[in-house]
Design a protein around this ligand. Structure first.
Ligand SMILES: Cc1ncc(COP(=O)(O)O)c(C=O)c1O
Length: 396
Protein backbone atom coordinates (compact mmCIF):
# COMPACT_ATOMS: atom_id res chain seq x y z
CA UNK A 1 0.00 0.00 0.00
CA UNK A 2 1.37 3.47 -0.92
CA UNK A 3 0.22 6.34 1.28
CA UNK A 4 1.39 9.92 0.75
CA UNK A 5 1.76 12.48 3.52
CA UNK A 6 -1.14 14.46 2.08
CA UNK A 7 -3.35 13.64 -0.90
CA UNK A 8 -4.77 16.78 -2.49
CA UNK A 9 -6.13 14.89 -5.49
CA UNK A 10 -8.59 13.00 -3.31
CA UNK A 11 -9.84 16.25 -1.79
CA UNK A 12 -10.27 17.81 -5.21
CA UNK A 13 -12.34 14.89 -6.45
CA UNK A 14 -14.99 15.71 -3.80
CA UNK A 15 -15.42 19.31 -4.92
CA UNK A 16 -14.46 19.04 -8.58
CA UNK A 17 -17.77 19.96 -10.21
CA UNK A 18 -18.59 22.95 -8.02
CA UNK A 19 -15.03 24.27 -8.01
CA UNK A 20 -14.69 24.13 -11.77
CA UNK A 21 -18.05 25.84 -12.29
CA UNK A 22 -17.03 28.71 -9.99
CA UNK A 23 -13.56 29.04 -11.50
CA UNK A 24 -14.95 29.08 -15.04
CA UNK A 25 -17.36 31.81 -13.94
CA UNK A 26 -14.40 33.93 -12.88
CA UNK A 27 -12.67 33.38 -16.22
CA UNK A 28 -15.84 34.24 -18.12
CA UNK A 29 -16.56 37.35 -16.05
CA UNK A 30 -12.97 38.57 -16.47
CA UNK A 31 -12.83 40.36 -13.14
CA UNK A 32 -9.63 38.80 -11.85
CA UNK A 33 -8.51 41.09 -9.04
CA UNK A 34 -10.53 42.34 -6.03
CA UNK A 35 -13.87 41.18 -7.40
CA UNK A 36 -17.02 39.66 -5.91
CA UNK A 37 -15.44 36.35 -4.85
CA UNK A 38 -12.73 38.05 -2.82
CA UNK A 39 -15.28 40.30 -1.10
CA UNK A 40 -17.62 37.40 -0.37
CA UNK A 41 -14.84 35.07 0.78
CA UNK A 42 -13.57 37.72 3.20
CA UNK A 43 -17.01 38.12 4.75
CA UNK A 44 -17.67 34.35 4.81
CA UNK A 45 -14.30 33.74 6.46
CA UNK A 46 -14.98 36.50 9.02
CA UNK A 47 -18.38 34.97 9.78
CA UNK A 48 -16.84 31.50 10.14
CA UNK A 49 -14.37 32.76 12.75
CA UNK A 50 -16.68 35.26 14.38
CA UNK A 51 -14.33 38.20 13.80
CA UNK A 52 -15.15 41.73 12.62
CA UNK A 53 -12.64 42.05 9.79
CA UNK A 54 -10.99 39.57 7.45
CA UNK A 55 -8.62 41.01 4.83
CA UNK A 56 -7.17 38.71 2.20
CA UNK A 57 -3.58 38.92 0.94
CA UNK A 58 -1.23 37.07 -1.40
CA UNK A 59 0.12 34.51 1.09
CA UNK A 60 0.65 33.80 4.80
CA UNK A 61 4.14 35.31 4.89
CA UNK A 62 2.80 38.62 3.54
CA UNK A 63 0.04 38.43 6.15
CA UNK A 64 2.68 38.33 8.91
CA UNK A 65 4.74 41.13 7.33
CA UNK A 66 1.67 43.33 6.87
CA UNK A 67 0.49 42.60 10.43
CA UNK A 68 3.81 43.76 11.86
CA UNK A 69 3.87 46.86 9.62
CA UNK A 70 0.28 47.71 10.59
CA UNK A 71 1.34 47.63 14.24
CA UNK A 72 4.18 50.02 13.41
CA UNK A 73 6.91 47.48 14.16
CA UNK A 74 10.28 48.01 12.47
CA UNK A 75 13.94 48.85 13.03
CA UNK A 76 15.10 48.81 16.62
CA UNK A 77 12.11 46.79 17.84
CA UNK A 78 12.11 43.26 19.23
CA UNK A 79 9.40 40.68 18.66
CA UNK A 80 9.16 37.56 20.80
CA UNK A 81 8.24 34.31 19.15
CA UNK A 82 8.71 30.54 19.33
CA UNK A 83 11.91 28.77 18.36
CA UNK A 84 9.93 25.92 16.84
CA UNK A 85 8.00 27.09 13.78
CA UNK A 86 8.16 27.42 10.02
CA UNK A 87 10.78 29.99 9.00
CA UNK A 88 8.23 32.56 7.74
CA UNK A 89 7.29 33.56 11.31
CA UNK A 90 10.82 34.64 12.16
CA UNK A 91 11.53 35.87 8.65
CA UNK A 92 8.62 38.34 8.77
CA UNK A 93 10.03 39.88 11.97
CA UNK A 94 13.48 40.29 10.42
CA UNK A 95 11.98 41.46 7.12
CA UNK A 96 10.37 44.51 8.71
CA UNK A 97 13.73 45.32 10.31
CA UNK A 98 12.97 44.11 13.85
CA UNK A 99 14.87 41.48 15.83
CA UNK A 100 13.29 38.10 16.51
CA UNK A 101 13.69 36.95 20.11
CA UNK A 102 13.25 33.21 20.40
CA UNK A 103 11.53 31.54 23.33
CA UNK A 104 11.59 27.80 23.99
CA UNK A 105 8.54 25.57 23.60
CA UNK A 106 6.59 23.19 25.82
CA UNK A 107 7.58 19.57 25.24
CA UNK A 108 3.99 18.35 25.10
CA UNK A 109 2.17 21.01 23.00
CA UNK A 110 5.23 22.10 20.93
CA UNK A 111 3.97 25.68 21.38
CA UNK A 112 5.74 28.69 22.94
CA UNK A 113 6.07 28.24 26.71
CA UNK A 114 4.33 31.24 28.30
CA UNK A 115 6.36 30.78 31.50
CA UNK A 116 9.53 31.70 29.60
CA UNK A 117 8.23 34.83 27.86
CA UNK A 118 8.56 37.49 30.58
CA UNK A 119 12.30 36.98 31.07
CA UNK A 120 12.80 37.88 27.39
CA UNK A 121 10.90 41.18 27.51
CA UNK A 122 13.06 44.31 27.21
CA UNK A 123 12.35 47.99 26.59
CA UNK A 124 12.51 47.24 22.87
CA UNK A 125 9.90 44.48 22.89
CA UNK A 126 6.81 45.47 20.91
CA UNK A 127 4.93 42.24 20.26
CA UNK A 128 4.59 38.51 20.77
CA UNK A 129 3.83 36.24 17.82
CA UNK A 130 2.06 33.10 19.06
CA UNK A 131 2.23 30.26 16.52
CA UNK A 132 -0.42 27.56 16.85
CA UNK A 133 1.96 24.94 15.60
CA UNK A 134 0.65 21.89 13.74
CA UNK A 135 -2.91 23.13 14.47
CA UNK A 136 -2.74 22.99 18.29
CA UNK A 137 -3.73 26.22 20.07
CA UNK A 138 -1.21 28.17 22.17
CA UNK A 139 -2.04 29.06 25.77
CA UNK A 140 -3.60 32.35 24.68
CA UNK A 141 -4.93 33.40 28.12
CA UNK A 142 -1.43 33.37 29.60
CA UNK A 143 0.10 35.04 26.53
CA UNK A 144 -2.53 37.78 26.42
CA UNK A 145 -2.14 38.42 30.14
CA UNK A 146 1.64 38.91 29.81
CA UNK A 147 1.09 41.16 26.78
CA UNK A 148 -1.43 43.28 28.66
CA UNK A 149 0.87 43.64 31.66
CA UNK A 150 3.77 44.82 29.48
CA UNK A 151 1.73 46.75 26.92
CA UNK A 152 2.66 44.52 23.99
CA UNK A 153 0.76 43.57 20.87
CA UNK A 154 -0.14 39.94 20.23
CA UNK A 155 -0.17 38.49 16.72
CA UNK A 156 -1.36 34.94 16.08
CA UNK A 157 0.41 33.00 13.37
CA UNK A 158 -2.57 30.79 12.56
CA UNK A 159 -1.16 29.56 9.24
CA UNK A 160 -1.58 25.95 10.39
CA UNK A 161 -4.61 26.49 12.58
CA UNK A 162 -7.75 27.44 10.66
CA UNK A 163 -10.73 26.09 12.61
CA UNK A 164 -8.65 25.55 15.74
CA UNK A 165 -10.48 26.31 19.01
CA UNK A 166 -8.99 27.53 22.29
CA UNK A 167 -11.23 27.28 25.36
CA UNK A 168 -14.33 27.47 23.21
CA UNK A 169 -13.10 30.42 21.11
CA UNK A 170 -11.96 30.36 17.51
CA UNK A 171 -8.27 30.91 16.85
CA UNK A 172 -7.91 34.10 14.86
CA UNK A 173 -10.14 36.10 17.22
CA UNK A 174 -7.89 36.13 20.29
CA UNK A 175 -5.21 38.69 19.45
CA UNK A 176 -4.68 42.09 17.84
CA UNK A 177 -4.17 40.50 14.42
CA UNK A 178 -4.18 36.89 13.29
CA UNK A 179 -2.54 35.61 10.10
CA UNK A 180 -3.63 32.64 7.98
CA UNK A 181 -2.11 30.86 5.00
CA UNK A 182 -4.02 29.16 2.19
CA UNK A 183 -0.96 27.37 0.80
CA UNK A 184 -2.32 24.27 -0.99
CA UNK A 185 -1.43 21.78 1.76
CA UNK A 186 -2.98 23.84 4.55
CA UNK A 187 -6.29 22.67 6.09
CA UNK A 188 -8.00 25.30 3.92
CA UNK A 189 -5.76 25.50 0.88
CA UNK A 190 -6.14 27.14 -2.51
CA UNK A 191 -4.63 26.23 -5.87
CA UNK A 192 -1.60 28.46 -5.42
CA UNK A 193 -0.74 31.04 -2.78
CA UNK A 194 -3.15 32.92 -0.55
CA UNK A 195 -3.42 34.41 2.91
CA UNK A 196 -5.68 36.34 5.29
CA UNK A 197 -5.45 38.71 8.24
CA UNK A 198 -8.21 38.95 10.81
CA UNK A 199 -8.77 41.60 13.44
CA UNK A 200 -11.53 43.01 15.60
CA UNK A 201 -9.89 46.42 15.47
CA UNK A 202 -11.41 48.53 12.65
CA UNK A 203 -8.52 51.01 12.54
CA UNK A 204 -5.99 48.19 12.13
CA UNK A 205 -8.22 46.73 9.41
CA UNK A 206 -8.10 50.04 7.52
CA UNK A 207 -4.31 50.20 7.78
CA UNK A 208 -3.99 46.58 6.62
CA UNK A 209 -6.28 47.26 3.64
CA UNK A 210 -4.07 50.21 2.70
CA UNK A 211 -0.79 48.32 3.15
CA UNK A 212 -1.82 45.47 0.85
CA UNK A 213 -2.52 47.85 -2.06
CA UNK A 214 0.35 50.35 -2.26
CA UNK A 215 -1.09 52.59 0.47
CA UNK A 216 -3.37 54.09 -2.13
CA UNK A 217 -6.94 55.22 -2.49
CA UNK A 218 -9.54 55.79 0.18
CA UNK A 219 -8.00 53.30 2.61
CA UNK A 220 -4.54 54.77 1.98
CA UNK A 221 -5.77 58.22 2.97
CA UNK A 222 -7.69 56.89 5.97
CA UNK A 223 -4.61 54.90 7.07
CA UNK A 224 -2.42 58.00 6.68
CA UNK A 225 -4.81 59.97 8.87
CA UNK A 226 -4.92 57.22 11.50
CA UNK A 227 -1.14 56.85 11.57
CA UNK A 228 -0.65 60.61 11.87
CA UNK A 229 -3.47 61.28 14.34
CA UNK A 230 -5.33 63.44 11.82
CA UNK A 231 -8.99 63.63 12.73
CA UNK A 232 -10.43 64.41 9.31
CA UNK A 233 -13.28 62.72 7.52
CA UNK A 234 -12.27 61.12 4.21
CA UNK A 235 -14.88 62.01 1.62
CA UNK A 236 -15.32 59.66 -1.30
CA UNK A 237 -17.38 60.22 -4.38
CA UNK A 238 -20.07 57.58 -3.79
CA UNK A 239 -21.43 58.03 -7.31
CA UNK A 240 -18.15 56.88 -8.90
CA UNK A 241 -18.06 53.29 -10.12
CA UNK A 242 -14.93 52.16 -8.28
CA UNK A 243 -14.97 48.72 -9.84
CA UNK A 244 -14.25 50.26 -13.23
CA UNK A 245 -12.22 53.27 -12.25
CA UNK A 246 -11.15 54.17 -8.76
CA UNK A 247 -10.46 57.92 -8.84
CA UNK A 248 -8.15 57.70 -5.81
CA UNK A 249 -6.17 54.70 -7.08
CA UNK A 250 -3.19 56.72 -8.25
CA UNK A 251 -2.97 58.80 -5.10
CA UNK A 252 -0.65 57.13 -2.59
CA UNK A 253 -0.46 58.03 1.07
CA UNK A 254 1.70 55.40 2.81
CA UNK A 255 4.31 52.89 1.62
CA UNK A 256 2.61 49.55 1.21
CA UNK A 257 3.04 46.63 -1.13
CA UNK A 258 1.07 44.61 -3.65
CA UNK A 259 -0.34 41.52 -1.94
CA UNK A 260 -3.74 40.36 -3.07
CA UNK A 261 -5.67 37.14 -3.12
CA UNK A 262 -6.94 36.72 -6.68
CA UNK A 263 -10.49 35.95 -7.76
CA UNK A 264 -9.77 32.39 -8.91
CA UNK A 265 -8.28 31.47 -5.54
CA UNK A 266 -11.12 33.17 -3.68
CA UNK A 267 -13.71 31.30 -5.78
CA UNK A 268 -12.07 27.98 -4.91
CA UNK A 269 -11.67 28.87 -1.23
CA UNK A 270 -15.37 29.75 -0.99
CA UNK A 271 -16.24 26.25 -2.16
CA UNK A 272 -13.75 24.69 0.23
CA UNK A 273 -14.78 26.74 3.27
CA UNK A 274 -18.19 25.03 3.22
CA UNK A 275 -16.44 21.66 3.69
CA UNK A 276 -13.88 22.77 6.26
CA UNK A 277 -15.74 21.69 9.43
CA UNK A 278 -16.36 18.23 7.98
CA UNK A 279 -12.73 17.94 6.93
CA UNK A 280 -11.59 18.99 10.40
CA UNK A 281 -13.84 16.34 11.99
CA UNK A 282 -12.18 13.78 9.74
CA UNK A 283 -8.71 14.93 10.77
CA UNK A 284 -9.70 14.63 14.44
CA UNK A 285 -11.11 11.14 13.78
CA UNK A 286 -7.87 10.08 12.09
CA UNK A 287 -5.75 11.51 14.94
CA UNK A 288 -7.80 9.66 17.57
CA UNK A 289 -7.36 6.39 15.70
CA UNK A 290 -3.60 6.98 15.42
CA UNK A 291 -3.39 7.91 19.13
CA UNK A 292 -5.19 4.75 20.22
CA UNK A 293 -2.94 2.56 18.11
CA UNK A 294 0.38 4.24 18.86
CA UNK A 295 0.24 5.69 22.38
CA UNK A 296 2.05 2.73 23.96
CA UNK A 297 5.12 2.95 21.72
CA UNK A 298 5.56 6.63 20.77
CA UNK A 299 4.85 10.10 22.17
CA UNK A 300 1.47 11.06 20.63
CA UNK A 301 0.02 14.62 20.39
CA UNK A 302 -1.95 16.11 23.27
CA UNK A 303 -5.04 18.33 23.21
CA UNK A 304 -5.71 21.16 25.64
CA UNK A 305 -8.99 21.13 27.58
CA UNK A 306 -12.02 22.73 25.88
CA UNK A 307 -9.89 23.15 22.76
CA UNK A 308 -9.74 21.66 19.30
CA UNK A 309 -6.49 20.63 17.70
CA UNK A 310 -7.08 20.65 13.93
CA UNK A 311 -4.18 18.32 13.11
CA UNK A 312 -2.70 20.24 10.23
CA UNK A 313 0.11 17.75 10.80
CA UNK A 314 0.03 14.60 12.91
CA UNK A 315 3.33 14.69 14.78
CA UNK A 316 5.03 11.95 16.77
CA UNK A 317 8.35 11.71 18.55
CA UNK A 318 10.84 8.90 18.24
CA UNK A 319 14.37 8.37 19.55
CA UNK A 320 15.04 6.41 16.37
CA UNK A 321 13.47 8.81 13.88
CA UNK A 322 15.75 8.13 10.91
CA UNK A 323 15.49 4.33 11.17
CA UNK A 324 11.74 4.44 11.73
CA UNK A 325 11.00 6.79 8.81
CA UNK A 326 13.22 4.70 6.50
CA UNK A 327 11.44 1.54 7.68
CA UNK A 328 8.04 3.14 6.89
CA UNK A 329 9.27 4.32 3.51
CA UNK A 330 9.98 0.71 2.57
CA UNK A 331 6.39 -0.09 3.47
CA UNK A 332 5.14 2.63 1.11
CA UNK A 333 4.33 5.13 3.89
CA UNK A 334 5.49 8.72 3.43
CA UNK A 335 6.66 10.75 6.44
CA UNK A 336 7.93 14.31 6.86
CA UNK A 337 10.39 15.94 9.25
CA UNK A 338 8.92 19.03 10.95
CA UNK A 339 11.14 20.86 11.82
CA UNK A 340 14.73 19.75 11.42
CA UNK A 341 16.29 23.13 12.36
CA UNK A 342 14.81 25.27 15.14
CA UNK A 343 14.73 29.02 14.49
CA UNK A 344 17.44 29.92 17.01
CA UNK A 345 19.91 27.70 15.13
CA UNK A 346 19.05 28.78 11.59
CA UNK A 347 22.20 29.82 9.72
CA UNK A 348 20.73 33.24 8.87
CA UNK A 349 20.17 34.00 12.57
CA UNK A 350 23.74 33.04 13.57
CA UNK A 351 24.63 36.69 14.23
CA UNK A 352 22.03 36.66 17.04
CA UNK A 353 24.37 34.30 18.92
CA UNK A 354 22.01 31.57 20.14
CA UNK A 355 23.32 28.22 21.33
CA UNK A 356 21.33 24.96 21.10
CA UNK A 357 20.66 24.94 24.88
CA UNK A 358 19.11 28.43 24.75
CA UNK A 359 15.92 26.78 23.48
CA UNK A 360 16.68 23.25 24.56
CA UNK A 361 13.22 21.74 24.02
CA UNK A 362 13.03 23.06 20.47
CA UNK A 363 16.50 21.61 19.83
CA UNK A 364 15.50 18.27 21.38
CA UNK A 365 12.28 18.10 19.32
CA UNK A 366 14.10 18.97 16.11
CA UNK A 367 15.97 15.68 16.48
CA UNK A 368 12.88 13.56 17.25
CA UNK A 369 9.65 14.81 15.65
CA UNK A 370 8.19 13.57 12.40
CA UNK A 371 4.78 13.54 10.67
CA UNK A 372 2.64 10.62 9.56
CA UNK A 373 0.15 10.89 6.67
CA UNK A 374 -2.75 13.17 7.65
CA UNK A 375 -5.55 14.43 5.42
CA UNK A 376 -9.35 14.35 5.77
CA UNK A 377 -9.86 11.60 3.21
CA UNK A 378 -7.42 9.11 4.75
CA UNK A 379 -9.26 5.83 5.35
CA UNK A 380 -9.39 3.72 8.51
CA UNK A 381 -7.82 0.92 6.50
CA UNK A 382 -4.85 3.12 5.62
CA UNK A 383 -4.47 4.32 9.21
CA UNK A 384 -4.59 0.75 10.48
CA UNK A 385 -1.94 -0.29 7.97
CA UNK A 386 0.28 2.61 9.14
CA UNK A 387 -0.27 1.71 12.82
CA UNK A 388 0.52 -1.94 12.13
CA UNK A 389 3.71 -0.94 10.30
CA UNK A 390 4.86 1.39 13.11
CA UNK A 391 4.22 -1.38 15.65
CA UNK A 392 6.32 -3.81 13.61
CA UNK A 393 9.34 -1.56 14.07
CA UNK A 394 11.62 -2.23 17.04
CA UNK A 395 11.35 0.96 19.14
CA UNK A 396 13.69 -0.29 21.93
C1 LIG B 1 3.59 28.55 10.83
C2 LIG B 1 3.61 29.16 9.47
N1 LIG B 1 3.73 30.50 9.34
C3 LIG B 1 3.72 31.10 8.15
C4 LIG B 1 3.59 30.38 6.98
C5 LIG B 1 3.69 31.10 5.69
O1 LIG B 1 2.60 30.93 4.85
P1 LIG B 1 2.76 31.03 3.26
O2 LIG B 1 3.46 29.79 2.80
O3 LIG B 1 1.35 31.12 2.77
O4 LIG B 1 3.54 32.26 2.95
C6 LIG B 1 3.42 28.99 7.07
C7 LIG B 1 3.20 28.14 5.89
O5 LIG B 1 3.86 27.89 4.99
C8 LIG B 1 3.45 28.36 8.33
O6 LIG B 1 3.34 27.03 8.45
Amino acid sequence: MNISLIDLKRQYKNIEEEAEERILDVLRNAQYIMGENVKKFESEFARYLGVKNAISVGNGTDALIIALKALGIGHGDEVITTAYTFFATAEAIAYVGATPVFVDVELDTYNIDPKLIEEKITEKTKAIIAVHIFGNPCKMDEINEIAKKHNLYVVEDAAQAVGCIYKGKMIGTLSDIACFSFFPTKNLGCAGDGGMLTTNNDDLATIIKALKVHGSGENGLKAYNLLNDIDEEVKVDESADNTVYNPLKYYNYIIGQNSRLDEIQAALLRVKLIHLEGWTDNRVRAAKRYNEGLKDVLVTPIEEEESRHVYHLYILQSEKREELTNFLKEKGIATGIYYPVPMHLQEVFKPLGYKPEDCKNAYYLSKRTFALPMFPEITDEEIDYIIKSVLEFNHE
